[in-house]
Design a protein around this ligand. Structure first.
Ligand code: NAD
Length: 495
């Protein structure tokens, strides 16, 4: 199982070499190396992505730096006209973009549609910059006849380093706000899923942004390090795994940049004895197995409180068995492939580890992995998990749900506390007091009450706590305005 499947033939819809978009032009990377972009549902190459260089980053920064002063002086009300055009183009191309997301990432088409929608919503929020970016002032604030005002100003060039699991959405947690605030921007997509941003940058090119305001550089670690070390980049937004987030935070901070680094997760869904099971279980399914568990908000542990007759476990297991695994482009598919053969092997190893550690495998998704084409793992459910087991502590990032049984809400909250991550946690209950206790005490950045995926809308900030986030200001919403601007206080006296 999970053995090497040999060299991958190229698909009919092969799209050639991915390009960079720098200074308003499509350009080839200066790098000689590349890697294949694989459609994980069929295991075939659909493009090649260049593993870019420090020179690529230099060129993008130079273009962004050149564009900055004039863009910064463009009135906010005019800057957002480009975003309005981009919003319209994204809407017109919604379905096409969602299909590209599914093709390169694997998630079910409905999931992909939702993620494109969230990208659009972030553009909508950023269109409010003329109001959002306002400062404040106080006449006679310093003394009689001396006024004091605060204005927000953009800083310069920013960059986003993105993960594979949301090819359309994650760059849009940052990009629309940065450029609306008057900064200029560089996107570095995940090298595993560069095609959605190729298509989105075709739309950016049509939206009327001056050359250099938004740039695209493809690549992997070399590009990341060049971004982190570039003296002209003022801030970095990162989303990805915790070890890399920690590295990004340290290195970019040492180089004097603003940093927001969102990391991995191990999210807990607490099922109280009074949870309405027929409504709760579909939420658990969506949370744990949607996008094949490859979401930073995926529920990867369910903690049942007082489930003495095993009713909750049985309902979860039955529903997991009923999910349909397949190519996310096919109608009715609930669970698509995982991103790569390597990810598939890692997830299968976690399942073996769970069995070895003594958890009870109640739904075994490994059969799906025997399919020769594509990288599938079916929904997998473990019962009798204990907090010290590896499957309870590590981020599996696949369709694997562990169930821990406890007797009290206190014990459930302790499970959450003991996990080093703190992205999200949900409670399912009809008891307002239990829900209030949960939202008050859970050490996480996002809480769901009878909601399985506690994903904040674009006008709220989004990020986790503990090892799920390094930095201060989160993505999206008002935090984004604070991240992409600095505050200047002006004290005025006229003689
Ligand atoms: P990843 O950390 O492997 O890669 C993220 C980005 O970092 C990519 O652009 C990649 O090119 C770059 N990168 C990878 N290794 C690097 C290294 N050693 N040095 C420098 N750069 C490096 O993450 P991924 O596998 O693409 O994404 C999945 C992870 O992202 C999961 O852990 C998931 O929880 C997390 N995630 C978190 C959030 C959040 O909001 N907290 C959202 C989405 C995904």
């Amino acid at each position: 199982m999970g053995t090497a499947k040999g060299p991958r033939p190229t698909a009919d819809n092969y799209r050639g070499m991915v390009r960079n978009y720098i200074g308003g032009e499509w350009v080839n990377s200066t790098g000689a190396e590349s890697q294949q972009v694989i459609n994980p549902a069929v295991g075939k190459a659909i493009a090649d992505v260049p593993l870019g260089t420090a020179e690529d980053v230099d060129a993008a920064v130079a273009a962004a730096q050149d564009a900055f002063w004039s863009w910064r002086q463009t009135p906010p009300q005019q800057r957002v006209q480009c975003l309005y055009r981009l919003k319209r183009l994204l809407e017109e191309n919604h379905e096409k973009l969602a299909r590209i997301v599914t093709e390169e990432h694997g998630k079910a088409l409905d999931d992909a549609r939702g993620s494109v929608q969230r990208a659009i919503e972030n553009v909508e929020v950023a269109c409010g910059i003329p109001s959002l970016m306002m400062g404040y002032g106080l006449e006679d604030g310093a003394a009689r006849g001396i006024d004091e005002d605060l204005v927000r100003q953009p800083l310069g060039v920013f960059a986003a380093i993105c993960p594979f699991n949301f090819p359309a959405m994650v760059p849009f947690w940052f990009l629309p706000y940065a450029v609306a605030c008057g900064d200029t921007f560089i996107v570095k997509p995940s090298e595993q899923v560069p095609l959605t941003q190729q298509a989105i940058f075709e739309l950016i090119a049509e939206s009327g942004f001056p050359p250099g305001v938004i740039n695209l550089v493809n690549g992997a670690r070399t590009v990341v390090d060049a971004i982190l070390d570039h003296p002209k980049i003022r801030g970095v937004s990162f989303v990805g795994s915790t070890p890399v987030a920690r590295y990004i935070y340290r290195r970019a901070s040492e180089n004097g940049k603003r940093v927001q680094a969102q990391g991995g997760a191990k999210n807990v869904l607490v099922l109280m004895p009074d949870a309405v099971l027929d409504k709760t279980v579909p939420n658990v399914m969506g949370s744990s197995f949607g996008s094949a568990g490859q979401r930073c908000l995926a529920g990867s542990l369910a903690v049942t409180v007082g489930d003495r007759d095993g009713r909750a476990v049985k309902a979860i297991a039955d529903a997991a068995r009923a999910l349909r695994v397949g190519n996310g482009l096919e109608p009715g598919v609930d669970v698509g492939p995982v991103i790569s053969e390597q990810a598939q092997e890692r997830i299968l190893a976690s399942i073996r580890r769970g069995i070895d550690d003594g958890a009870r495998l109640v739904v075994d998704g490994r059969g799906a992995a025997e399919k020769r084409d594509g990288f599938f793992v079916g929904p997998t459910v473990f019962d009798q998990v204990t907090p010290e087991m590896s499957i309870a502590k590590t981020e599996i990032f696949g369709p694997v749900l562990g169930i821990i049984a406890v007797d009290t809400l206190d014990q459930a909250l302790k499970v959450i506390d003991d996990i080093p991550y703190g992205n999200a946690a949900s409670i399912f209950t009809q008891d307002g007091k239990a829900a209030r206790e949960f939202r008050y005490r859970a050490h996480v950045g996002n809480v769901g009450i009878n909601i399985g995926v506690a994903a904040p809308m674009a006008y709220f900030p989004f990020s986790g706590w503990k090892d799920s986030f390094f930095g201060t200001l989160h993505g999206q919403g008002r935090d984004a305005i604070d991240f992409f601007t600095d505050r200047k206080v002006v004290i005025t006296r006229w003689f």
